[in-house]
Design a protein around this ligand. Structure first.
Ligand code: B16
Ligand code: MG
Length: 224
């Protein structure tokens, strides 16, 4: 009997928010509440700038937009308050919130023997993967709890590739944020930009969502 073709020398590393699921709306609601409580507004356009940015850096940007200064202790309290509200929303997420094409692509990659890793800035990645029933696809999960430097630093993706034993040159990153694209390029990896090219400069390929790319196209990207 013929052996199935395996490609365990390839890795696909997925960002979470905006690529596999869309939690931006929950981040937005929780940050908006916090800003409103401090007496200023927070817009959806501003929320766009927070994609891929870690929690404390996001808070700093929001305080700056609101023209408000806080001590380090006050910022800890504010970040915890935002996160408590955010977690209460993501705890209600279901598998129905997984973005189009995700299950088909992850299944096809798994069947092809390609390693699958998560590379997310979120400290809540574990609960989101559990709630949306995606955990079982992953050979490695690198999230905001495991990295010390946020995107555009390449640490999150370098760690993901190392954990699945694949070289950066054989790794493909899927990202919806410019900081994430920059991080993947700095790691010397190929990048699939998920979203509009003007917001994701430097990616090697662009898709609207994961239904627009196949395993064959991913293999070709690494070879090319
Ligand atoms: P948390 P990703 C990022 O996730 C989000 O895009 C960003 O908006 C958020 O501030 C960051 O996670 C931190 O999230 O507060 O849950 O730790 O896109 O890198 O998967
Ligand atoms: Mg993202």
């Amino acid at each position: 009997m013929q052996e199935p073709t395996t490609n365990s020398n390839l890795a696909c590393i997925f960002d979470l928010d905006g690529v596999l699921v869309d939690t931006a709306v929950y981040h937005y609601k929780a940050w908006k509440q916090l800003a409103n409580d401090m007496g200023f507004d927070f817009t959806e356009a501003q929320n766009e700038h927070l994609k891929g940015v870690n929690r404390m850096r996001s808070l700093d940007m929001i305080l700056n937009w609101g023209g408000v200064e806080k001590t380090a202790e006050e910022k800890e309290v504010l970040a915890t308050s935002k996160n408590t509200q955010y977690v209460s929303m993501i705890n209600k997420m279901t598998a129905a919130e997984v973005l189009p094409g995700t299950i088909n692509l992850l299944t096809a990659l798994q069947q092809a023997g390609i390693k699958i890793a998560l590379g997310s800035a979120s400290k809540n990645a574990g609960v989101i993967l559990e709630r949306t029933q995606l955990t079982h696809f992953f050979d490695a999960i690198v999230d905001g709890n495991l990295v010390s430097a946020s995107k555009p630093d390449p640490e999150v993706f370098v760690k993901g590739a190392a954990m699945v034993g694949v070289s950066p040159a054989q790794s493909v990153v899927f990202e919806d944020a410019q900081a994430g694209v920059d991080a993947a390029l700095a790691a010397n990896m190929k990048v699939v930009g998920v979203g509009q090219p003007e917001n994701l400069k430097g990616a090697h390929v662009y898709v609207k969502d994961l239904s627009e790319i196949t395993v064959e196209e991913i293999k070709a990207l690494v070879k090319g």
